[in-house]
Design a protein around this ligand. Structure first.
Ligand code: NAI
Ligand code: MG
Length: 324
């Protein structure tokens, strides 16, 4: 039995998390869910976006399943990643419809603890300043993770993404750490690109990528671009992993434009739960659900509007669950 902290959050977060537990409940694995609140609605109701109790529940759980926060995202998900010391954010960009999107299949290994993304900013007399912190320790750790991940999963190449031509000191350090780590993995090819060029190569040559390792903000941006390559944000899961905690969430946000309509694609969150199952050592169940998702999308009968169907979030989830 696993203790899972469930934090649905705002907007479609609630819808896709409910859909995901509907699927998990059909497995022969027992989960004890503890629901916890966070996000915009939580702030309205309690005065804070991320109550201490929620942090405590997340820390005490075996894993956290998270939906999405709205405008309070920085105070919720960025803080949770910090509180749980999840130093890596794994974002697989994999096409489940090869006939439509080709055989795109790469992993973004995003540094999760520093860079501009931690939001260390302040007002100044002239305007504002945001600090971009890059440390050797975090850069070594994430590059090591990326190469080890490549080795363990049979990938042949790791690509570092940065902007070291302009950010010579900070991104320059990241690049240096990358090539130092690469020396320990001579069997794995290593190369690097600037982030702007990468934004283009992902569209022109997506099959050239196997593992991308990058800093926090570039990883955030490139993972949404990656989603766009394989059917949209409804398709891309993620795993935040640390030495003691794992938090699993779709890459997307609360999607206020479709929230409340019951039409959000639940696949990103269900696949995030598959990453959670892998983390918990329940890989057989993870592969089972992934296979069913591919089958359901290929059938194309009971899928949400973004996948060309008319099914609701919950109908699609129940259909997936019925096949377990
Ligand atoms: P978003 O990811 O919520 O939505 C971007 C677009 O993708 C929208 O058109 C939306 O309808 C579509 N989309 C997203 N998920 C979908 C799904 N499962 N099925 C079908 N379509 C889907 O990003 P946006 O609009 O920039 O931000 C909305 C709110 O979410 C903001 O308040 C933002 O702060 C928050 N946010 C929270 C995140 C988190 O909690 N981790 C991450 C990103 C944004
Ligand atoms: Mg993002």
């Amino acid at each position: 039995m696993y203790n899972i902290a469930v934090i649905p959050g705002d907007g479609i977060g609630e819808e896709v998390v409910k859909a995901t537990t509907t699927v998990l409940d059909k497995l022969d694995v027992e989960f004890n869910y503890t629901h916890a609140i966070a996000g915009d609605k939580c702030k309205e109701e309690t005065g804070v976006p991320l109550p201490d109790e929620t942090i405590q529940i997340a820390k005490e759980s075996d894993a956290v399943l998270f939906g999405a926060a709205g405008e309070t995202a920085a105070d919720v998900i960025v803080r949770l990643r910090h509180e749980l010391s999840t130093f890596v954010n794994l974002r697989p960009v994999k096409s489940l419809q090869p006939e439509k999107y080709g055989n795109i299949d790469f992993m973004i290994v995003r540094e999760n603890t520093e860079d501009l993304y931690i939001g260390d900013e302040e007002e100044t007399p002239e305007g504002a300043i945001a600090r971009k912190k890059i440390t050797k320790a975090a850069s070594d750790k994430i590059c090591e993770y990326a190469f080890k991940y490549a080795k363990d999963t049979g990938r042949k190449k790791v690509t570092a993404v940065h902007k070291a031509n302009v950010l010579k000191i900070s991104d320059g350090l990241f690049k240096k750490c990358f090539y130092e780590t690469a020396e320990k993995y001579p069997e794995i090819e290593s190369n690097d690109f600037y982030v702007d060029a990468t934004a283009m190569y992902l569209i022109t040559n997506p099959l050239d990528f196997e593992v991308i390792v990058t800093s926090n903000l570039y990883g955030d941006i490139l993972s949404d671009e990656g989603a766009g390559l394989v059917g949209g944000l409804g398709m891309i899961p993620s795993a935040n992993i640390g030495d003691e905690n794992g938090l699993f969430e779709p890459v997307h946000g609360s999607a206020p434009d479709i929230a409340g309509q019951g039409i959000a694609n639940p696949v990103a969150t269900i696949l995030s739960a598959c990453m959670m199952l892998d983390y918990l050592g329940e890989s057989e169940s993870a592969r089972r659900i992934e296979d069913i998702i591919v089958e359901v999308i290929q059938e194309g009968k009971i899928v949400t509007p973004d996948l060309g169907g008319t099914a609701s979030t919950q109908e699609m989830a129940e259909y997936i669950a019925s096949k377990i």
